[in-house]
Design a protein around this ligand. Structure first.
Ligand code: SF4
Length: 191
């Protein structure tokens, strides 16, 4: 059984796929406890893998993009089975992870790693997208992990003006590699 917080249809508001319609599956629980975390990832219901795939279809019809998020989606043992079941159902699976739990993933799974602490270097190497949270500072200690990534996203925590300013200045000072990522869904009031 999977522990779930919510399943809903919206748009991806942040990162390289900003603006793309997607069904979000928020898996409950996290193996970290970041002090800036504003996500309610408590368990709201339980569902098996097949029922979860069915709920995704009910929420978003044939929408090709499904985002598994959390909490930390890879903290649950059944998540790889859910990924496979969604792929069999014709979905393109995106995974938003803190990168601490090494998991083999199919090549067609889009992995966004947003490091908070002790990232597994294999997950950093596998990441299709690296997203650093800017909370009063650029977390430069994570940059070496993503040495081969051409683009690093800088995402101001909470869209707060001081964090936006820090991220903006850093991106402008390193224009070849860094890009600003805002949580645009919050501007338009969608989850
Ligand atoms: S890793 Fe993400 S979901 Fe988990 S506590 Fe940190 S910010 Fe929250």
């Amino acid at each position: 059984m999977l522990q779930l917080s919510e399943i809903f249809y919206s748009i991806q508001g942040e990162g390289l796929w900003t603006g793309t319609p997607a069904v979000f599956v928020r898996l409950a629980g996290c193996n970290l406890a970041c002090d800036f975390c504003d996500t309610d990832y408590s368990t709201k219901f339980f569902a098996g893998v097949d029922e979860t795939v069915e709920r995704v279809r009910k929420a978003g019809g044939d929408c090709p993009m499904v985002v598994l998020t959390g909490g930390e989606p890879l903290a649950q043992a059944e998540t790889p089975q859910l990924i496979d079941a969604l792929r069999r159902d014709g979905r393109r699976v995106h995974l938003e992870s803190n990168g601490t739990i090494f998991t083999e993933l199919p090549d067609d799974v889009w992995l966004c790693v947003s490091p908070k602490e002790r990232v597994d270097p294999r997950m950093a190497a596998r990441a299709n997208e690296a997203k650093l949270i800017v909370d009063r500072r650029i977390p430069e200690e994570h940059l070496a992990l993503f040495g081969d990534k051409p683009t690093i996203l800088l995402q101001p925590e909470g869209n707060k003006p001081n964090n936006v300013a820090i991220a903006l200045e850093y991106a402008k000072a390193h224009p070849g590699r860094f890009r600003l990522s805002l949580q645009t869904h919050k501007f338009i009031g969608v989850p």
